[in-house]
Ligand binder design. Sequence first.
Ligand SMILES: Nc1nc2c(ncn2[C@@H]2O[C@H](COP(=O)(O)OP(=O)(O)OP(=O)(O)O)[C@@H](O)[C@H]2O)c(=O)[nH]1
Ligand SMILES: [Zn+2]
Length: 362
Amino acid sequence: MSLRLSIAERLTRARGDLRMGVPVVLAGAGEAALVAAVETLDAARLADLRLFGAPVLAITARRAETLKARAYDGDLARVVPPADAGLHWLRSVADPADDLRTPMKGPLQSLREGPADLARAALGLAKSAQLLPAALLVPLNNALPLAGSHGLTLLTLDEISPALAALPPLEEVVSARVPLVASSAGRVHVFRPDDGGEEHYAIEIGRPDRDKPVLARLHSACFTGDVLGSLKCDCGPQLRAALAQMGEEGAGVLLYLNQEGRGIGLANKMRAYSLQDQGFDTVEANHRLGFEDDERDFRIGAEILRKLGFSSVRLLTNNPKKLAMMEGCGLHVTERVPLRVGETAENRAYLATKAAKSGHLL
Ligand SMILES: Nc1nc2c(ncn2[C@@H]2O[C@H](COP(=O)(O)OP(=O)(O)OP(=O)(O)O)[C@@H](O)[C@H]2O)c(=O)[nH]1
Ligand SMILES: [Zn+2]
């Protein structure tokens, strides 16, 4: 018997560490580094990290573009902080909140030589912890003993990339009857991934025939739209309209996927909203933060539908990427059912941007 933790277990632990401001150790390809997320780093930890060597600051090419830093590594830049750079400087590189008010004084110096694999893994880790994608790396000579003696989580490159890309197996934990306004025959199923990550929910209306295409909706969590009735998006009306249509037809499945803010989390979505108040659209705001337009993993929806016994769907959506993903995951989409509701004066520009830049169908 071995009590050695699996990569999935260490990955989840590493996400928690970074969210608490605790560094982790990444090793591989003859290199190793202490890694900390800039967002959660404090001055004392920064000073401690510096005792191990000179840090490098990894940011995504998206963020580098805004800062006019050279991204020699393609999808990312390894920025060399000036010797006197403190926490404030690091935060200004990581967080675009003050880009316009106090622009960074450049030029930023980026590394051109040497491998960028550790930096890439560090950014993947920060993103998957729903933190700003900016990571401080301090090169190490002797990673293993250091991780062991300080109780730090150790991840190796060969295991981290496939683990970040993999879809953790999901299992249904429980389901129970919940009568809804849309239908008295509602049932909520809770699905839990085996890596301790976010749970997702399936709301089954009626008892859909597993041998026929089911009316289905993949809804991504939107706290502001779904719960608060925000006028900035169309999520709340879409959620209720989808359930109402399922109620009228007597059958359907709505997946409530906890991928807030197209996968960047509520804190980052609020950062994006602040940028939108400075004049950037929904896509530009994500990019300035260092994220892609859409960081969701759409495979989760297909996996849950399959687990529930469905193989073909009539999908309620205006997003062609959701259609392509379902087909790509082996779920047959027999029909796209448009879902255009909830346009307001406040979200008109947002919906127009989704149509123009993200390919949403009108
Ligand atoms: N990052 C970011 N996320 C947003 C913004 N506005 C809404 N969201 C999120 O966008 C997601 C909307 O998801 P959906 O309605 O499922 O998806 P969609 O891609 O618009 O596709 P359909 O509604 O199916 O046509 C939710 O997770 C919201 O929290 C924004 O300005 N920035
Ligand atoms: Zn929304």
